[in-house]
Design a protein around this ligand. Structure first.
Ligand code: PEP
Length: 250
């Protein structure tokens, strides 16, 4: 069965609740594409008003992060049960900014992935190399390590529903998009790694996004690649341009 594309926005630390409602109202008529699952991952405080604003449209609302404990003395964190109760079906896990600024590791990513599945929330698991790693020729080794640890103790059934976002760190927010060949090469290596951990059926089912300065201009070629099943979009998801990215095949 063909994999349905999934195009997700990552708003990062942008948009107040009222700005979120306004942007969703602008985007609603622009993102109609039945070939694509459309998702906006928004700051925690925006989730509930964003859900309300997106009602009746094809926009799903996701989270940008969650903690791996159920509840308790973790001031400032948001639990998987809170997200699930708000109707969240997708959560970004292990974005490179979380790894860099909030000390997330492959191990905490794995804990969060397991916890998200426990609550029937689909994790969008981020991986990606630095410029130095690419220049030193260790990109694939590094990403295979990230994937293997992220998927520790994840069942094949769970893995087949997961989303992986390949985001070369040097391409995030820099305007430098990986070439189509670079993006496809790594996304294929990720799929091969999933086949190695699980089996061909799981590898064929899992959806792998590319992220890193995706724009309306670069989306059509990137999303046409055999192993690229959509995108994780930062900057361009804060603008009407996101509509053009979602409708990349129209
Ligand atoms: C991201 O933050 O996931 C991202 C890919 O950002 P940008 O599209 O702005 O590079």
């Amino acid at each position: 069965m063909a994999r349905k594309k999934i195009i997700a926005g990552n708003w990062k630390m942008n948009m107040t609740p009222s700005e979120a409602v306004e942007l969703i109202n602008t985007l609603k008529p622009l993102v109609k594409n039945d070939d694509v699952d459309v998702l906006l991952c928004v700051p925690a405080i925006d989730i509930i008003p964003a859900m309300e604003a997106a009602k009746g449209s094809n926009i799903m609302i996701g989270a940008e992060n969650m903690y791996f404990e159920e509840k308790g003395a973790f001031t400032g964190e948001i639990s998987p049960a809170m997200l699930a109760d708000a109707g969240v079906k997708y959560v970004i896990i292990g974005h490179s900014e979380r790894r860099e600024y909030f000390a997330e590791t492959d191990e905490t990513v794995n804990k969060k992935v397991l916890k998200a599945f426990e609550h029937e929330i689909t994790p969008i698991i981020c991986c990606g190399e630095t410029l130095t790693q690419r220049e030193q020729g260790v990109t694939i080794d590094f990403i295979r390590q990230q994937i293997k640890i992220a998927f520790l103790n994840v069942t094949a059934e769970q893995a087949s529903k997961a989303v992986i976002a390949y985001e070369p760190i040097w391409a995030i927010g820099t305007g430098k998009v990986a070439t189509t060949e670079q993006a496809q090469e790594v996304c294929k290596a990720i799929r091969d790694c999933i086949a190695e951990i699980y089996d061909e059926a799981t590898a064929a089912a899992i959806r792998i996004q590319y992220g890193g300065s995706v724009s309306a201009a670069s989306a059509p070629e990137l999303f046409a690649q055999a192993d690229i099943d959509g995108g994780l979009v930062g900057g361009a998801s804060l603008k009407a341009d996101f509509g053009k990215i979602v409708c990349y095949n129209k």
